[in-house]
Design a protein around this ligand. Sequence first.
Ligand SMILES: [Zn+2]
Length: 293
Amino acid sequence: MTPHASGQRGLPETAPDPLPIDVVDNHVHLDITREGDEPFDVADAIKAARAVGVTRLVQVGCDLDGIRFTMDAIEAHDELVGGIALHPNEVPRLAAAGRLDEAYAEVERCAVHDRIRVIGETGLDYFRTGPEGVAVQQDGFRWHIDLAKRLGKALQIHDRDAHADVLRILEEEGAPEHTVLHCFSGDLTMARECVERGYYLSFAGTVTFKNARGLRDALTAIPLDRVLVETDAPYLAPAPHRGATNASFLVPVTIRAMAAVLNIDVPALCRAVSDNSERVYGPWGAERNGQSA
Ligand SMILES: [Zn+2]
């Protein structure tokens, strides 16, 4: 059995059935090729996604190379809007190299672009970065929150093993109007807290994993107008493709699993995800004029 759902990413061997209503992949890294994978063509990846009803994508670049890629990609493809930031694991590295200030300056320069709609992913990662990096990581998170508010962009948060500090710092700084917990990994209590504060929760393929009962409980406990869906591709492919290279054309697998958990029909979830995404990020050019890049 091949470990890849798609052989070459963006060119599915077996794609899921198309969704009845077009949706948004809220978080994808088209700039990242997983180790051992063939490089893939971005236009092919977008085309494969469109073919199953994933017509709009948020491309996220979270290191300097990824940011440069994102700026080019949003110009080249109407299906994309962009998110940029320095990842919480990237901030301590840049700080150690004495390059953090110039990197911030580049983020800020790029972030004013009309089709950069997101500052993210930013946040805290206590899994990859040890205690020595916590202070600089928290400063970095605060810097990105402030930037999102100054520019009126949405905020996408990466939170790995840092739930309490993420919530505390958002409270201390004051969260931007549109704040998204990307690849939500909290429990029911945290989900409720986020909803109370007005945040959105974006669910990835992890919600389909056998051991993710807590995540499914969280999903059922939040209002439909706060639910988003994402791949985080090339990572976190949904079951039954777990461990394979993920891609936006697999969003329908996650959507159908979520609809089953919520006990609602698939079109209702698609419409909610689409509406919520446009409320958070604004409209996409691709939908506006109904053409593909
Ligand atoms: Zn990501």
